[in-house]
Ligand binder design. Structure first.
Ligand code: COA
Length: 182
C-alpha cells in the first residue's frame, strides 16, 4: 500500500475551521501588535470570548500562538511566554504557578503513520501545578507533566514526566530530582 495524500481528509468540522480562521484574525489584529505581556486583561478577554478557561492572574504573551482557545485551560499564575506554540487541537491544561517558556511547542496532534491515508490523531496535554517547561522544549500529544517537574531547555518529551523531577534531551530522560530549598 502506498501513501496517497490526494485522499487525505481533514477530520475537523467546517465549524471548527471557521472559528479557527476568525480567531486567527482577531488575535493577529487585536493582540499580536501589543508588546510582550502588555494588555493581559484584554488578551484574556479575547481568549475567553473564544471559549478559553483562563484565571484572571494567568498571562499569555502577544507572540504566543494559541490554535483553538476553547481547548485551553490556564490556572492561577500560569504563563505562556513569548513565541510559545500552543497547538491545542485537543485540550491543553496549564496548572497553577506553571510557566511555559520562550519558543516551547505544546503539540496535541500527530498523524497515524501506519495508515495510508495519514489521518490526524490527537490527545490532550496536561501540565500540572508548579511545573516549568523551559525554552524551546517540545511536549508531545497525550503527555502529562507531573506537579513541580522541570522540562529542560530543548528537551523533547514523548512520555509522562514524574512529579518533582528534571528531564532533558531528545527523547527526554530523567536528569535529577527537583528539590526546593526554603
Ligand atoms: C534544566 C535546568 C533548569 C537544570 O538546571 P540545573 O539544576 O542548574 O542543572 P545543571 O546545570 O547542574 O545540570 C545537571 C546536569 O543536567 C544536564 N542538563 C542541564 N540542562 C539540560 C537540558 N536542558 N538538556 C539536557 N541536559 C541538561 C547538565 O549538562 C548536567 O549534566 P552532567 O550532570 O552530566 O554534568 C537548566 O539546565 C535549563 O534547561 N534551564 C532552562 C533555561 C531556559 O529555558 N531559559 C529561558 C527562560 S528564563
Amino acid at each position: 500500500m502506498e501513501i496517497d495524500l490526494s485522499r487525505y481528509h481533514n477530520s475537523l468540522s467546517r465549524k471548527h475551521q471557521l472559528i479557527r480562521m476568525l480567531w486567527a484574525i482577531v488575535w493577529n489584529v487585536f493582540a499580536r501588535p501589543l508588546p510582550r505581556s502588555i494588555g493581559s486583561g484584554w488578551k484574556r478577554f479575547l481568549l475567553r470570548a473564544f471559549g478559553a478557561k483562563i484565571h484572571s492572574t494567568a498571562i499569555v504573551y502577544s507572540s504566543t500562538k494559541v490554535y483553538y482557545p476553547a481547548n485551553l485551560e490556564m490556572d492561577i499564575h500560569a504563563c505562556l511566554a513569548s513565541g510559545v506554540n500552543c497547538y491545542n487541537v485537543a485540550p491543553i491544561k496549564i496548572g497553577a504557578n506553571t510557566t511555559v517558556s520562550q519558543g516551547a511547542y505544546l503539540c496535541t496532534a500527530s498523524h497515524d503513520i501506519t495508515n495510508p491515508l495519514h489521518p490526524l490523531i490527537t490527545a490532550p496535554i496536561i501540565i500540572e501545578d508548579q511545573a516549568w517547561i523551559a525554552a524551546d522544549a517540545f511536549v508531545g500529544m497525550g503527555v502529562t507533566i507531573g506537579q513541580g517537574a522541570v522540562v529542560g531547555a530543548r528537551a523533547a518529551v514523548f512520555k509522562n514526566v514524574e512529579p518533582w523531577t528534571v528531564v532533558g534531551g531528545n527523547p527526554a530522560k530523567f536528569i535529577k530530582k527537583r528539590i526546593i530549598e526554603n
